[in-house]
Ligand binder design. Sequence first.
Ligand code: MG
Length: 155
Amino acid sequence: MRIGHGYDAHRLVPGRTLVLGGVKIEFDRGLEAHSDGDVLIHALCDALLGAAGLGDIGEHFPDTDAAYRGADSRLLLRRVVETVHAAGLGVGNADLTVCAQVPKLAPHIGKMRERLAADLEVGPDQVNIKATTTERMGFVGREEGIEAHAVVLLT
Ligand code: MG
């Protein structure tokens, strides 16, 4: 068994579509990034790569590479899962936390879980997603950004 941890944060800005856990969410701001800015998937990719001892998402998909401009992070996640499988490892489970003061994420968690489980090629019971605010403290609380944490077990 191998354990991995991932963390990511992106700035909330006007004029971008908010995508979290592979789900487009109706909101007046989105996450600034070279890709689609899916901070939850980025944290998950880093946890997978970390558990496999394969570095981080920036090494695998450089943000200087035009190929990843506006990239659907689910495609990156599937590439990471392929890499993990190629290393002879499979996903045991993933536990994810997204910290956002706004918008309310609870209505979207089920769909995120289904989509990420599909990309990880596991059942939805192997992917847990939690959403929390930070009680208006820090950059998340000031609505300046959204952050995500991920822990993954590979077997
Ligand atoms: Mg990122």
